[in-house]
Ligand binder design. Structure first.
Ligand code: NAG
Ligand code: NAG
Ligand code: NAG
Length: 411
């Protein structure tokens, strides 16, 4: 069918209309996605389409899922921007990646738990999500995205109902950039990871209210900020950490222990992992500051310091234990109180929820000094601002939790 050619006047009118529209970033509501914790693997998952769930991966550069009949093939050429984004990072264990692209673009989806990877085609897909005003879901919308379509066998070790992985890194084909492009919101997202129940991920900025609403207001007003850094050869989020403090006293480390490998945030690990040259002084400082040898019980792997929980309990604050804080630039710190530092491994035993990195030499700068894991991030509001390269962080107040979002739709 032949379309009539628009007259110059209509063209002029439409271009004026386009110019008169507000900035794209301000014309759409942010996008809300509920986040659950898989109890068996401690991974965090989001629903994507009817009955399909994805694991979220803060260090993931791609969106990938098993191939499905409603995927539309995307034939990107080797020099397309999408193809460059798809191959911007190569997982060290993925030997097949990094082969020269011939004719059609391939991506190399990577299982963040097993390290397995596969060559995959790119497809066009959609996520069905709700928009939000930060208080309730508003309206169902569909977000267009480019994903890699992977063979089923690379799902090994992921939770049973999982069909793929949604990378949340700053790279061009990860979920934040794709939501921003498709839905015209800013390149910014918030994570509020739940310990149980449903937490939230909100893409595109805006506010966040959790019940009981009246007492707390918009939690983004409570955020403290620190730079969010990146390194060339990997998609990890780094934060500049100057020290670690136990009850406000800095733990002594060898010079540059923290800066050489850096401190990264990673939802692949359940508990914060410290390189052994960092781990040992932190655990010793905690042990000394707590000074409760009377309550100590044998270690429960992978944890070292474990206590009879009934002897540490404090009616108001959970466990009465020293705070552990990452000391940041400008005198700020990100503090983990007992709900983020002590884990109940059984009904009688609570352990310090930090683990020693395995298979890494003390001081090896090719390994991160600390990997902040899921348990420590839970019930914190984290705002990843990829435009300003800034991390906002705040502890959700004790009277609430990340699972207190009001998922009832506003009529
Ligand atoms: C990609 O390469 C083809 C030829 O190989 C060329 O025709 C096309 O213009 C290139 N596209 C871009 C975006 O550079
Ligand atoms: C949108 O919100 C409504 C109300 O909570 C919910 O029933 C529906 O499943 C949500 N849709 C998506 C795609 O999350
Ligand atoms: C949750 O939101 C709905 C819709 O706005 C509202 O009617 C309801 O009162 C809210 N629930 C609570 C506990 O505030």
């Amino acid at each position: 069918m032949e379309m009539p050619r628009p007259t110059p006047l209509i063209l002029l009118a439409t271009s004026l209309l386009v110019l008169a529209l507000p900035e794209p970033a301000s014309c759409a509501y942010p996008v809300l996605i509920p986040v659950a914790k898989d109890p068996a693997t401690s991974l965090y998952t989001i629903p994507t389409r009817d009955g399909h769930n994805h694991v979220i991966d803060l260090a993931g550069p791609l969106l990938w899922s098993t191939c499905a009949s409603d995927h539309l093939p995307a034939a990107f050429s080797c020099n397309a921007t999408e193809c460059r984004h798809a191959n911007a990072y190569r997982a060290p264990s993925c030997r097949i990646a990094g082969q020269p692209c011939k004719k059609q673009c391939k991506a190399y989806p990577y299982n963040p738990i097993t390290g397995q990877c596969a060559a995959a085609n790119l497809v066009h897909t959609r996520f069905i999500v709700n928009t939000t005003d930060g208080k309730n879901p508003l309206q169902q919308v569909s977000v267009r995205a480019v994903a890699a379509c992977a063979p089923r066998n690379i799902l090994a070790s992921l939770p049973r109902d999982i069909t793929g992985v949604a990378g949340l890194s700053a790279s061009g084909l990860a979920l934040p950039a794709q939501v921003a492009a498709s839905h015209r919101v800013s390149r910014k997202f918030m994570l509020c990871l739940p310990r149980r129940g449903e937490g939230v991920a909100i893409f595109g900025g805006g506010a966040l209210f959790l019940l009981p609403e009246s007492s707390m207001g918009d939690l983004t007003t409570t955020l403290a900020f620190t730079p969010l850094r990146s390194r060339k050869d990997n998609p990890l989020y780094y934060i500049p950490v100057q020290g670690i403090a136990v009850n406000q006293v800095q733990v002594p480390f060898p010079a540059n222990a923290l800066t050489a490998g850096g401190v990264v945030l990673c939802t692949r690990v359940a508990y914060t992992a410290l390189r052994s040259d960092v781990y040992r002084p932190v655990v010793d400082a905690f042990d000394r500051a707590l000074a409760r040898n009377d309550a100590k019980v044998p270690a429960v792997a992978p944890f070292e310091l474990c206590y009879r929980s009934s002897m540490l309990r404090n009616r108001l604050l959970g466990y009465a234990v020293p705070d552990i804080a990452l000391v940041l630039e400008g005198g700020k710190s990100w503090t983990f109180v007992s709900s983020n530092s002590m884990v109940d491994v059984n009904s009688q035993t609570a352990c310090l929820a930090f683990v020693e990195m395995k298979g890494v030499k003390a001081g090896d700068p090719s390994a991160a000094a600390a990997v902040v894991g899921g348990f420590q991030m839970e019930n914190h509001l984290l705002q990843f601002n990829l435009e300003k390269q800034q991390l906002g962080f705040a502890k959700v107040p004790f009277s609430s939790a990340c699972s207190n979002f009001n998922f009832t739709k506003t009529q």
